[in-house]
Write a protein that binds this ligand. Structure first.
Ligand code: PSU
Ligand code: MN
Length: 298
């Protein structure tokens, strides 16, 4: 494992840190925008006064706090593995390059004592899961970990109602940041009700209360895309319906499903979806940095 000095110092002195994932860079967005976005998101974390820690694996080594060169490497090299938690040992032992999903990033972040993690959208229960059994490892990993993950909800490539039911079953608290509705990534609304919180301090209080009671599982903070960047629901639904039916026609399965859908949505939207994605990830990074600071102040 390689932890960069700034992060090592922040861990040792208890400074606020925000973990960031690398699958969003390697498999979630097209090159070269993926690199620009990854670096800009780190900058948002810094502006609030926290240290960004982008996590990934290069040549079999876990990197906590990737350099610009390392981000660039994962962002444009072919054959970067998409890692959920179970694939971390494979990637390390075989000395391969791997990008960490929400599940793998959560695992590694907790391992080194980072408690807050910002991403775009989490994986979840796929539409048609009753036939495909496709439920992201992200959900069980959030239940097994003990961190705070900030996301803009989940794309409706997933079945959002089933995803929320699954999180309830697994004991993952879901709170809306300044909203009582679970956001649907490109849009602020889904029609699904969740508990509302209105400040980073409240989230820090809930987290500390949870720990003091011995309730160990993660908190999912659902942070809607800023209103000015929202995409009208009918457009999003159109792109997603096309992408989902293409994935079924092409019989795309397993871990290829999500990257396929994400890239088709960007293409079908002529890049609009990517711009919205950029804005919502930055927004999540800011909220995560505020939460990391609030935990630090407690
Ligand atoms: N959803 C998005 N953007 C993403 C992902 C999901 O809107 O980049 C990525 C994340 O890394 C997430 C992973 O953890 O896909 C989930 O993949 P799967 O559905 O194969 O579990
Ligand atoms: Mn899956």
């Amino acid at each position: 494992m390689k932890i960069n000095n700034e992060i090592l110092d922040a861990i040792n002195t208890g400074k606020p840190i925000v973990a960031l994932e690398s699958t969003i860079i390697a498999q979630g967005m097209p090159y070269p925008k993926n690199i620009q976005i990854a670096l800009a998101v780190e900058e948002e974390v810094r502006k609030i006064g926290a240290v960004p820690a982008t996590i990934g694996i290069i040549n079999g080594k876990i990197i906590i706090g990737m350099t610009q060169e390392e981000i660039h490497h994962l962002g444009h090299t072919k054959d970067v593995l998409k890692l959920s938690t179970r694939e971390i040992p494979f990637c390390i032992a075989e000395k391969k390059d791997g990008a960490t999903t929400v599940s793998a990033t959560s695992y590694i972040a907790e391992l080194v004592g980072i408690r807050v993690f910002a991403t775009g959208g989490i994986g979840g229960v796929h539409r048609n899961a009753e036939h495909s059994f496709d439920i992201s490892r992200d959900l069980d990993e959030l239940a097994a970990r003990n961190i705070i993950v900030v996301s803009a909800g989940a794309k409706s490539i997933l079945d959002l109602a089933k995803t929320l039911e699954y999180l309830e079953t697994k004991g993952v608290l879901v709170v809306g940041f300044k909203t009582n509705e679970f956001p649907a990534f490109y849009t602020r609304k889904s029609g699904l009700t969740i508990s509302e919180v209105n400040s980073a301090k409240e989230i820090a209080n809930i987290y500390n209360t949870k720990i003091s009671l011995g309730i160990f599982s993660s908190i999912l903070v659902a942070n809607p895309i800023p209103q000015e960047y929202e995409i009208p629901k009918d457009k999003v639904d159109q792109w997603i319906d096309i992408a989902v039916s293409e994935s079924q026609e092409k019989r795309i399965k397993g871990k290829k499903v999500t990257p396929f859908l994400l890239s088709r949505i960007v293409e079908l939207s002529k890049g609009k979806a990517l711009d919205a994605n950029f804005e919502l990830v930055k927004n999540n990074a800011r909220v995560a940095a505020e939460i990391a600071k609030a935990l630090h102040d407690n």
